[in-house]
Design a protein around this ligand. Structure first.
Ligand code: NAD
Ligand code: FES
Length: 271
């Protein structure tokens, strides 16, 4: 069993849970995930490892309570315990010193972006973070990201916080400014957002990494549930990803597959 140390609400239906999982905390790298079961017989839910404290033996998970299984996970209070926390799984974020890097997070995707942005800053990149949401309550982790970002730009669709519009408006401005133009862009969020980011950076020739969130079942490359098309080939997000070159991803098939399983979407990564 894995003890829940803290359980807090960050945004509507989005929780941050701190879990005691010393082996995962010691081994995990940015970009990796775990598979969680609230209790015996429950659905297996893949969740990105948001942060880890190897000394304390804890990890942080961000969970969007959108289905029965994720609601059962977030219902476990501090002092309670989860049945399984298996991992770390997946490939770590490709770490390189690009120089200037833009990290772009849409809605709850910002939670997946956070460990990537932190690790990129830790190895010496100058990180400009752009995060967006529908409205102010959906803007998450702005203070935490500001700790290591050179700048944090916020957009909301209703203008209730930061600039009114989409994250891509801020990114377009950044790319157009020779003094701030990023060498690499990391984007995590809804599929239309990641596709829009990739289409902005493609003509500019800027390396772009996206983190994909297809339906995952076993998380070990056995079931084929998380199949995505990258550079014309089938790849499994759970073992080959979840991060891929955004200019090579077939976003149309990813969007189709997510829609096909919409009724069972509780199993998508992050919860
Ligand atoms: P949302 O739909 O509220 O969008 C959040 C922000 O993304 C918007 O405010 C905007 O800035 C940007 N965005 C959305 N569509 C865009 C477009 N067409 N062009 C440019 N920018 C755009 O997001 P949400 O409701 O918080 O997130 C839900 C979606 O995110 C789900 O589909 C979920 O599967 C996905 N998600 C993806 C990941 C991942 O790892 N890629 C992780 C968590 C959630
Ligand atoms: Fe089964 Fe990836 S989740 S192959």
């Amino acid at each position: 069993m894995f003890e829940v140390i803290r359980n807090e609400t960050l945004a509507p239906r989005l929780h941050r849970m701190v879990i005691r999982a010393p082996r995962v905390a010691a081994a995990r790298q940015a970009g990796q995930f775990v598979i969680v079961r609230a209790a015996v017989g429950e659905e297996r839910i893949p969740l990105t490892i948001g942060d880890a404290d190897p000394k304390a033996g804890t990890i942080s998970l961000f969970i969007q309570a959108i289905g029965a299984s994720t609601r059962r996970i977030v219902a476990v209070p501090a002092g309670g315990a989860l049945q399984d926390v298996a991992g770390p799984l997946g490939m770590a974020t490709e770490m390189e010193r690009w120089g200037r890097v833009a990290c772009v997070g849409g809605g709850v995707g910002t939670a997946v972006l956070y460990p990537m942005a932190k690790a990129l800053a830790q190895i010496g990149n100058e990180v400009t973070t752009i995060i967006g949401g529908r409205s102010a309550p959906y803007i998450i982790l702005a203070d935490e990201l500001a700790v290591f970002s050179a700048a944090v730009k916020i957009t909301t669709e209703d203008g209730s916080c930061g600039r009114q519009g989409f994250v891509t408006a801020e990114l377009a401005e950044l790319i157009a400014d020779p003094a701030r133009r990023p060498e690499a862009v990391f984007a995590v969020g809804p599929v239309p957002m990641m596709r829009a980011v990739a289409e902005l950076t493609r003509p500019a020739g800027i390396k772009t990494i996206v983190s994909l969130n297809p339906i995952m079942i076993d998380g070990t490359g056995m079931c084929g549930g998380c199949r995505v098309e990258v550079d014309g080939e089938s790849r499994f997000a759970c073992v080959d990803g979840p991060e891929f070159d955004g200019h090579l991803v077939n976003f149309a098939t990813l969007a189709d597959r997510l829609t096909m399983y919409q009724d069972h979407a509780a199993g998508c990564r992050l919860g």
